[in-house]
Every structure is written in C-alpha cells, then in structure tokens.
Design a protein around this ligand. Structure first.
Ligand SMILES: *Cc1c(COP(=O)(O)O)cnc(C)c1O
Length: 385
C-alpha cells in the first residue's frame, strides 16, 4: 500500500491477513451469527494451545474477562484487591464492579511492571492492618512480562490468588528461574487477554479468560451466559452476565492467531529500527527488555530527557501530530487519576517519572519503512545539540 505524506499514521492499527476474511465469510455463510458456535469453540481450543494453558473462555472484552476472573477468585464487597499502579484503567475498574477496593502497587525500573518488593510490603501491611486481600492483579505492560518468579512466590507466601492481566502481552515469553520458556497467562490462578482494536491481534472487540483450573473456567462460562442452571426451562440461582464473544468475531480471532508470530516479529523489527535510528541521541532512552522477558514491543516506548535532547516528550508528540502521526504519552498511573487518587499506594514515584518523560511511538505491525522514516526524520529534526 502506498504511503503518502498526508496519510495518517496510527499508534497501533488493526492488521488483518487473508485467512481472517475467509473464516469470517465461512462463519457468516454457515448462519452461526449468534454468540457461541463452532468458531468460538475452535478459537478457545487454539488459543489455549498457543498460550499453553488448558482451559480458555472467549468473551466480549478483556474487561469482562477480568471481571469474571475476580469473581472466580472469590472477591466480594469490602475486600481489597492489589493492582499494578501503572496501567490502563480497565485493569482496575472491574475491582470496583464487585464492590471491592483497589490498593495500588508501583513499578520497578527493570520491566516497568509491579515491583515484587513493594507487593510484599503491601501484603504485609494489609495483613497487619487486618484487611482482607482477596486477589493480586499483575499487569504485563506494553508486551513485557512482569517479574513473575518473584511475584508468584510472594503471592504463594501470603496465600493470595494471582490474576495476570496479559491484555497487552499476547505473544510474549517469560523465562523462569529454571530457564523454561513460558507464556505469560499460566503462572497465576487465571489470566486475561484482550482483542480490542489496538492490541497485537484483534477481533475488533473481544477477550479471553484462561486458567489451569477447569472448574473455574466452566463456572465463569456459566456466569458469562446469564448463569443459567441445568434445567430444560430457564432456572437461575445466581447473578449472571452477557459476556460471550460472537461466533463471527471468533472466526476473525482464529485467523489472527495464525499470524501472531509474524505480528510479534514485525513489532520487534519496528522497535529495532527506532532504536537504530534514534538510540545514539543524548536524552532518548528506549524501554529495555527485562532479562527474563521476550518483549513483544506491542508499543515502542521511550523516555525523553528534555535538557539533554533539546525537546521534551510533549514537543515531540506535537511535532508528530502536525505531520499526521499519532504518538501518545505513557499510561498515566492510577494514583494520579481523579477516579483512584484516594486509593492506598505503595511506591509510585517511578511510574510518575515515566508518565512525565515517556512517549509511545507508532508501532503497528503493518507500518512500512517509509512511514517509519517520517517518524524518525521528525524526531531527528527536533534534536538540539
Ligand atoms: C486493553 C486492556 C484491557 C482491557 O481490554 P478490553 O478488551 O479493551 O476490555 C485491560 N488491561 C490492559 C492493560 C489493557 O491494555
């Protein structure tokens, strides 16, 4: 596709292959237009296989998946749930759906994800204060797995279930202490993924809940379909939801799953071209890959020291915007959000600095070299030695 200089360049646009269209039309022609159906079953099985976790439930969004994961962890009104502070708001909102209270834990500098030492401080402190922490939600931000060995061992010691928010981390790899290569999503009690339009693969909207626990997934399945009891008529004994994925969208997801590895390679290549083109400049620092991680580079993230570089992150964002190129600040920490600024917080200063200095660059797997060169030239042009 020709890339004209007026063509708007997005942060992370959908990137469809040929198979997605064929599968979608097959599903359409089969008249399985309902939620549920053979494409949903196949998508769940193929997804479970891909992430190496035996049970998967396809849902209407990652947010819905997290809501069900919290319910299955036994979170009830009045409980506390510990959540990563540096994240997208959808990691925290489902805690409030169930009447629980979020407690925020800040990031470490290696992966930018939840600091296991701060998590331990939080768990110790909450226990001493007599609070009931019902779950920990760890986020694998921007495609980089958190320090899962340390986090799982802290959670085990305190007997608190771990839920992985892997919405941004599909396709990443975590190397554990024994050197085994694992996919984030299998280390806790359950994990959630998202297929929203901006994620590494997309169904336009959708999500997945995975777990090693078959009973957990089958009960979540029941809750996601209005919690109907086993009876020929409509019988209900608990509150349910309407959270299932459409059969049409599952067909798109199956096609996308087949090209996941290509999408990861393409995003990593985009990151490398940015780093090669800009990494030598004073004041620009790209997010590093943690020693335990294969980062997907879902988004290329960097921090900008305005004094050293000669322009700040907002100057760069505005210069890109003027050339029809979308860039964004890093996630604004939850403790700085009007919605969550009253929550108890452990750490948080590192996330604040990232928000102040950081920037996400266009990172789509379909971006051409020519399009990326427009970004590189714009940023190079702002450097004042
Ligand atoms: C996208 C995202 C979600 C929510 O997923 P949806 O499918 O959009 O509901 C949750 N957590 C994180 C970290 C995300 O980036």
């Amino acid at each position: 596709m020709a890339e004209s200089s007026t063509h708007r360049l997005y942060l992370s646009p959908p990137h469809m292959g040929v198979r997605e269209r064929e599968l979608l039309l097959e599903a359409f022609d089969s008249n399985w237009i309902a939620p549920l159906g053979p494409q949903v079953d196949a998508f769940e099985a193929e997804f479970a296989e891909r992430v190496g976790v035996p049970h998967a439930l396809a849902l209407s969004s990652g947010t819905a998946a997290l809501h069900l994961a919290l319910l299955e962890a036994g979170v009830t009104p009045g409980d506390e749930v510990i959540v990563s502070d540096l994240t997208f708001v959808a990691s925290v909102n489902p805690v409030r759906y169930g009447g629980a209270t979020p407690v925020l834990v800040g990031s470490e500098a290696t992966s930018w994800n939840m600091d296991p030492n701060l998590l331990e401080d939080a768990l110790r402190d909450r226990r001493q204060a007599g609070r009931q922490v019902a779950a920990v939600v760890v986020v694998h931000l921007y495609g980089q797995p958190a320090d899962l060995d340390a986090i799982t061992s802290v959670c085990d010691r305190y007997g608190v279930p771990l839920i992985e928010d892997a919405a941004e981390a599909l396709g990443s790899v975590f190397r554990n202490g024994e050197g085994a290569e694992l996919h984030p999503g299998g280390m806790g009690q359950s994990a959630i993924f998202s297929f929203n339009g901006n994620k590494i693969i997309t169904t336009s909207g959708g999500g997945m809940l995975v777990s090693h626990n078959e009973r957990l997934v089958s009960h979540a399945r029941k809750l996601s379909t209005q919690a109907r009891d086993a009876a020929p008529h409509y019988e209900h004994s608990e509150v349910g939801y309407n959270y299932r994925l459409s059969n049409l969208l599952a067909a798109v997801g199956r096609g996308q799953l087949q090209v996941l590895e290509d999408r990861v390679s393409a995003r990593r290549r985009v990151f490398e071209r940015y780093q090669d083109g800009l990494g030598h400049l004073p004041g620009l620092r790209f997010q590093s890959e943690a020693p335990w991680a294969r980062h997907t580079r879902w988004l290329t993230c960097l921090t900008v020291d305005a004094t050293a570089f000669g322009a700040g992150p907002e100057d760069i964002r505005e210069a890109l915007q003027a050339r029809q190129i979308e860039a964004r600040p890093l996630w604004k920490p939850m403790h700085l959000q009007p919605l969550y600024d009253a929550c108890d917080l452990y750490g948080g200063a590192f996330g604040e600095a990232l928000f102040r200095d950081g920037l996400c660059l266009p990172s789509g797997s379909s971006m051409t070299d020519e399009a990326q060169d427009r970004v590189l030239e714009t940023i190079l042009g702002l450097h004042r030695p």
